[in-house]
Design a protein around this ligand. Structure first.
Ligand code: FES
Length: 313
């Protein structure tokens, strides 16, 4: 028994060594390798430019596909529709019910894949290089799943249910792999979650001294540090506005962004991918960011010291 487990472990080690995966588990090692596939960069750049050209920054369609109106990225919840339908198809196939039921559920999954892909590719077009590499492979695997399921539906409609079922199971395997890569992108590479959220837990409640009012330039944003936190600070005369400096999309430095009036409100445009935030309260005007920038209350003491505290909702 001990011998068997030793030999399995040694075989695993050899496979990992052959693939150059170091001490990582097999799936993690493979996804880590995909992150470094620089051979994908050229094609990614061309595709991402084409998507951004088709969906210009600030357009209504692009904001909806990012999920700005819903406040969360739109792609993950849409993806669960197709994946759920395809899992249901496999279950229905296994219990051998009326083939019309599995056909209807399968077709719903295929229909759901189209808006899911549109939202996904819109998010993907404004990711970092490593994230785009994993995203590209994720898309190719999911397109393979979509192709297998389309073939499966076609075969079922032609009356070849057995072959349709087999193709459906193959599609589920591909969709599962695509889901794993999507999870890697979201949870390990942080494409999607707010990058400004942890900030609210790093600052104790109450007022904190930040700097002197007259040390701040007039009308030009600067960054100031408060403990671990970088803040975006903008002074106009005696008025000071303070937001978190790291953009909620992918942590771009907002103080290096452009100031603009958008919809008659003072805004800052992130220098990395163009998210637009209201300076007054940090809310999102245009994506790709879907989460607001944390904003701060400001108090200027009589001796000119600027104090800040996290804004309570
Ligand atoms: S980091 Fe992407 S828009 Fe700010």
């Amino acid at each position: 028994m001990e011998e068997t487990s030793k030999s399995i472990n040694s075989r695993r080690r050899t496979l990992r060594e052959t693939l150059g995966l170091g001490r990582a588990s097999l799936p993690v090692g493979i996804t880590d390798r995909i992150e470094h596939l620089s051979v994908l960069d050229k094609v990614n750049q061309v595709l991402a430019n084409a998507v951004r050209h088709r969906l210009p920054a600030g357009s209504r369609v692009r904001d909806v596909l990012h999920g700005v109106p819903t406040g969360h990225p739109l792609h993950p919840p849409l993806a669960t529709v197709s994946l759920g339908c395809w899992i249901a198809t496999a279950v229905l196939d296994m219990i051998d019910v009326d083939p019309r039921a599995s056909r209807a559920v399968l077709a719903t999954g295929i229909a759901g894949a189209l808006p899911t892909a549109a939202a996904g590719i819109t998010d993907w077009s404004v990711l970092h290089r490593e994230q785009q590499r994993v995203g590209f492979v994720h898309a190719v695997v999911n397109l393979t799943a979509l192709g297998l399921y389309s073939g499966s539906l076609f075969l079922r409609m032609a009356g070849n249910h057995r072959a349709g079922r087999l193709l459906g199971y193959a599609g589920l395997g591909a969709a599962g792999l695509g889901g794993y890569l999507g999870g890697h992108l979201a949870y390990r590479m942080a494409a999607g979650p707010s990058h400004a959220e942890p900030l609210t837990h790093l600052m104790p409640l109450g007022w904190h001294d930040l700097c002197r009012l007259w040390d701040l330039p007039d009308g030009r944003p600067v960054t100031r540090r408060l403990g671990y936190i970088h803040l975006f600070v903008l002074r106009h005369g005696a008025q000071v506005k303070v937001l978190a400096d790291r953009c909620s999309h992918l942590a771009g430095p907002l103080h290096q962004g452009r100031l603009a009036i958008v919809d008659e409100e003072a805004c800052v445009i992130c220098p990395w991918h163009g998210s637009v935030f209201r300076i007054d309260d940090g809310t999102v005007v245009h994506g790709p960011a879907t989460a607001p920038q944390p904003s701060f209350d400001v108090n200027v003491r009589g001796d000119g010291v600027v104090q800040v505290r996290p804004r309570q909702a």
